[in-house]
Design a protein around this ligand. Structure first.
Ligand code: HEC
Ligand code: HEC
Length: 927
């Protein structure tokens, strides 16, 4: 072994800066071949190419590589300078080439050589015989160098960056190529790097004599003598460009994505841009008659869905799909990251201190008011990982087909889509049952990419496996995990391809090519998604092939509706299509990906078995609905809603701009009575509302049959109301879906039979299938008739709305202030614009994390506004100028002049002026 005492003290004649950490470049400087400071690119690349001993094209390639690497060696702010005057060799430390301890560590930051590290290097090699002298000496061949580098990275652990392996290709392997000894046998060379040569290079900054000879023997060509100078320059620049592109992708994905063609593969490999989430100065939840505990339960109780394609523990181990050069990517589960998709942060538990509760916006309400809780009797919901509102962990999962226990899953629950939040000057105001401002499509894309990056970006899988399996998990377990993850990744990609192919072959109701309409922030095409999930993907997941044909483009996006008061409506959904609440909720749970067995490969009695927590759905509905308002009402006030109440306009919280002008509101009340209450009914706190003839008997109570208006008359966008009745689905025969059963089970007034046993109208198919799923659960749980009746609450039927034909429902407007953008398709950004003639409404506006506007009530859009990074654009027309399916901004217009006859889409007179509009708006704020 090396004996430091026997080594003569080395006094270098040419000093080399410790800020040049590259042994080879140190050698070039130490030998006097190049200057220790700034070296022209040309000189550097030629010198190194000469040292390589390569000739011809290979030599040119060597020069190109040197140029590429040298251009970025001093960091990205130095690139132009590097190209112009050359890289600066005494300022490489800390730059992109410095691996900060993830390399060999032979050279310390002080420029001193660590002999122990040379010994370590040697330990990766073996003894070789010098072909020229016949003397044996320690050395490393290419494979041994590879192992050595791999071990360096492993030793560095999380300090290693994903691009280090790329850089390393330009280091030890190049040194081997240049300084390696060995026989060259025809084309094949078995070279080894002599440890003694390495030691000399590091300690004395000297090359072996033969290398020095090579360099000296080839004079540097002057620029003009260099025939391929321009080609070299361009190629070097090209390489530098490629490296630059990597940096750009890593550090500025949003900007890069915006520059790429949006359909291209490259854009799809980059994460979707997300809006910036500014710091929240303060947050407030509005009082809505739910206890703090109930709220938290509603936010995190699992309804039995596995929305995300990986188990819970894997999801929380996934990293965000970002390439990071200078730091580690954050985790998918980070609340701050998920907030940029529009989610609302949530504490791990509400049994916590006042400060934490305040931070999440809870303390204020419960300082003053306590309401009794409902959820104390129910299975508690945990939020151990501090995920946002709407994320729920499904425990005790059993595969409905095989009966096997499975890992916990992660899914969205009602609150993910039905919790509202508005922003105003740094203050967040939150309320339950309101429309979410999320973009689930972006979340889907990000999750898919995160899985892909985990599989393909160096080191990511190792870190993922460390988190999922523990750091000391063996190779077999890691390999098995990787296989499972890549199977999921493959399925997702394959499914997307199938989806694209199928949609390409399909036409819309009016004969155009089907195409997805961007849902964007605040919208979701719930109906088409549920159909695609249940009648296509769930069949595929059950191993039944050929039902891609049931897919339909997501081209009927709707604004998330508020769900307060809806349990008391006879018909739910914008098109008043679903009467039975359990069917609505269980249908939604299937849509959000509950596990469902539709396989004929298992015993027949397992068909329709699912992971839907039907009892939890019942509890949720109870909480939303509250007690019967007609049973023993307060004689002083008359009937009142219980359960979840609509939020009140937050005038006390948000300051002057939010104060209500009572006189103005009073004038507005009269306008409302004249122009609106015929359809939207009188305000819910008036006796007129409770005595309305629209309340119909249901079981031993009553439900409100809200006014519905035929599509032609209201003339808002047609898509949502056409989905259930126009879409036709095909169901495999062995499932024996008989839509006529509905009539038998529920004594429907409207016939429900289908002409063909396999082909049926989507509405009937879905109603029947969800009914079968709910019944299966009740059968499996051996529920008594009384328990079943309670779950099917209020004797509501699962029948079609007898008032047939495409139509939209006019909801009572309590809490309407909090639900912008307006109309079922979210096409009108504020109440103000809803009251303007339809042709004057904005046809384009941006959605994302915008401030709420207390004046126009909703989002204050400006003409031709440009969306900020990460925002989504709602647009009535596409880039081709043609209307976008589902995005009409028309209908429900007030524009009739005196004496004009009614026409489609126009439901009232023109407002006198903006003053009159603002009087009505003032009143609407109080609802
Ligand atoms: C993935 C998002 C999402 C989840 C999760 C979700 N919903 Fe919805 N929900 C929607 C959308 C979108 C609509 C509007 C569908 C339509 O009318 O076309 C809707 C409609 C409704 C309606 C009818 C509203 C109306 O105006 O008639 C109710 C009630 C409702 N949801 C309750 C729930 C409950 C309860 C849960 C949980 C058990 C739930 N939702 C889960 C997105 C969701
Ligand atoms: C002829 C019946 C009718 C009249 C009169 C009427 N509306 Fe509507 N309104 C509807 C229908 C139907 C819808 C649902 C349309 C849709 O979502 O496409 C609706 C939707 C709305 C919405 C959007 C609700 C949501 O889900 O986003 C608001 C707000 C609204 N109306 C306010 C008013 C106001 C204010 C007036 C009086 C100036 C009024 N409406 C008069 C029938 C009416």
């Amino acid at each position: 072994m090396h004996d430091p005492a026997s080594k003569p003290p080395f006094d270098p004649s040419i000093p080399v800066s410790p800020d040049n950490p590259c042994p080879f470049l140190r050698g070039l400087v130490g030998e006097g071949f190049v200057d220790g400071g700034t070296v022209p690119l040309n000189t550097l690349s030629q010198t190194i190419a000469n040292a390589s001993g390569e000739t011809g094209l290979k030599k040119i390639w060597a020069r190109i590589q040197v140029r590429g690497v040298a251009t970025i060696a001093n960091g990205f702010s130095h690139i132009l300078k590097s190209i112009w005057s050359g890289p600066q060799l005494d300022a490489l430390r800390g730059g992109p080439l410095d691996k900060l301890g993830a390399g060999s560590r032979i050279l310390g930051v002080d420029g001193k050589v660590n002999e122990d590290e040379i010994a370590r290097l040697q330990s990766f090699g073996r003894t070789y015989t010098d072909p020229n002298t016949g003397v044996s000496e320690p050395g490393l061949n290419a494979a041994e160098i590879k192992t050595f580098m791999h071990d360096n990275l492993k030793r560095a652990g999380s300090a290693a960056r994903w691009y280090y392996p790329v850089l390393m290709q330009f280091e030890w392997p190049v040194l081997l190529k240049i300084m390696g000894k060995g026989k060259v046998d025809g084309k094949k060379a078995e070279l080894y790097l002599s440890v003694a040569d390495v030691r000399t290079l590091f300690n004395e900054r000297k090359f072996p004599g033969r290398i020095t000879q090579r360099i000296v023997s080839q004079p540097l060509l002057s620029s003009c003598a260099l025939r391929f100078r321009w080609a070299l320059g361009i190629a070097g620049l090209f390489l530098a460009g490629a490296l630059l592109a990597l940096v750009a992708v890593a550090e500025f994905p949003n900007q890069v994505r915006a520059m790429l063609p949006q359909k291209g593969i490259l854009a799809q490999l980059l994460p979707p841009p997300l809006p910036a989430v500014p710091d929240t100065k303060a947050a407030f939840w509005l009082e809505q008659n739910w206890s703090l505990k109930d709220r938290h339960w509603f936010h995190h109780a699992s309804q039995g869905t596995a929305t995300f394609p990986v188990p819970y523990e894997w999801f929380v181990a996934l990293e965000q799909p970002r390439l990071r050069l200078f730091s580690k990517p954050g985790m998918m589960k980070d609340s701050a990251y998920l907030e940029s998709f529009g989610f609302i942060p949530s504490p791990q538990s509400v049994q916590t201190d006042e400060t934490t509760l305040r931070r999440f916006g809870y303390a204020n309400v419960y300082d003053t008011k306590q309401v009794p809780g409902w959820s104390t009797r129910w299975t508690p919901a945990e939020n151990v990982d501090g995920l946002p509102v709407g994320f729920a962990r499904m425990t005790g999962v059993v595969d409905p087909a095989s009966g096997r226990r499975e890992e916990d899953k992660i899914g969205l629950t009602c609150a993910a889509c039905h919790t509202g939040q508005i922003h105003y000057q740094g203050i967040d105001v939150r309320f339950d049952g309101g429309p979410a401002m999320t973009d689930l499509k972006k979340l889907e894309l990000a999750t898919g990419l995160s899985i892909a990056y985990t599989l393909y970006v160096p080191f990511r899988f190792d870190r993922f496996a460390d988190r999922v399996l523990g750091a000391d998990a063996g190779k077999t377990d890691r390999d098995a995990l990787k296989q499972k993850l890549s199977a999921i990744g493959k399925f997702l990609i394959g499914w997307q391809e199938k989806y694209n192919e199928t949609i390409e072959g399909k036409k819309t109701w009016d004969g155009r090519q089907q195409k997805d309409t961007e849902e964007g922030f605040g919208r979701l095409d719930a109906l088409n998604r549920i159909g695609n999930q249940v009648f296509s993907q769930d069949l595929a997941l059950s191993g039944i092939k050929g039902f891609e044909k049931n897919l339909h483009a997501q081209d009927a996006p709707v604004s998330y509706p508020p769900i307060w008061t809806v349990p008391w409506f006879k018909f739910a959904q914008y098109d008043a299509s679903i009467e039975q609440p359990l069917i609505r909720n269980a249908g939604e749970a299937l849509g959000v990906t509950a596990l469902l067995n539709l396989s004929d490969a298992y015993p027949g009695d397992r068909i329709w078995r699912s992971s839907v927590h039907v009892n939890t759905l019942g509890w949720i509905e109870d909480m939303l609905r509250g007690p019967d308002p007609f049973k023993s009402p307060d004689p002083a006030t008359g009937p009142k809603f219980g359960g979840l109440l609509s939020p009140k306009w937050p005038s006390q919280i948000l300051g002057d701009a939010w104060r209500i002008d009572r006189d103005k509101a009073e004038k507005g009340r009269k306008i409302y009575a004249e122009m609106c209450s015929g359809c939207h009914l009188p305000a819910v706190d008036t006796p007129a509302f409770w005595s309305s003839g629209r309340w119909e008997p249901s079981g031993d109570s009553k439900v409100l049959n809200a006014v519905t208006i035929p599509l032609k008359e209201i003339n808002t966008d047609p898509e949502q109301t056409l989905v259930l009745s126009n879409r036709i689905i095909d169901v495999p025969g062995f499932l024996k879906v008989n839509t006529a059963d509905l009539q038998t089970w529920w004594q429907c007034d409207v016939p429900t039979a289908s002409a063909s046993p396999n082909e049926m109208v989507y509405a009937l198919g879905l109603m029947t299938v969800v009914d079968l799923v709910a019944r299966k659960w009740m059968d499996d749980e051996k529920l008594s008739d009384a328990e079943r009746a309670k779950l099917w609450n209020l004797a509501r039927k699962n029948c079609l709305n007898p008032v047939g034909g495409a139509r939209y429902r006019a909801r009572p407007l309590n809490g309407i202030w909090a639900t912008a953008p307006y109309l079922h398709n979210g096409s009108v950004p504020s109440l103000y614009w809803l009251l303007k003639p339809q042709n004057e409404r904005p046809t384009k506006f941006c959605m994302g994390r915008r401030d709420y506007d207390p004046v126009t009530v909703g989002f204050a859009v400006t003409a031709d506004e440009r969306c900020k990074t990460g925002e989504t654009q709602f647009s009535m027309t596409g880039s081709d100028g043609k209307p976008v399916q589902g995005n009409s901004v028309r209908g429900h217009s007030f524009e009739l002049k005196d004496g004009e006859p009614r026409r489609d889409g126009v439901i009232g007179r023109m407002f006198k002026d903006d003053d009159e509009r603002y009087e009505l708006i003032e009143y609407l704020k109080t609802l």
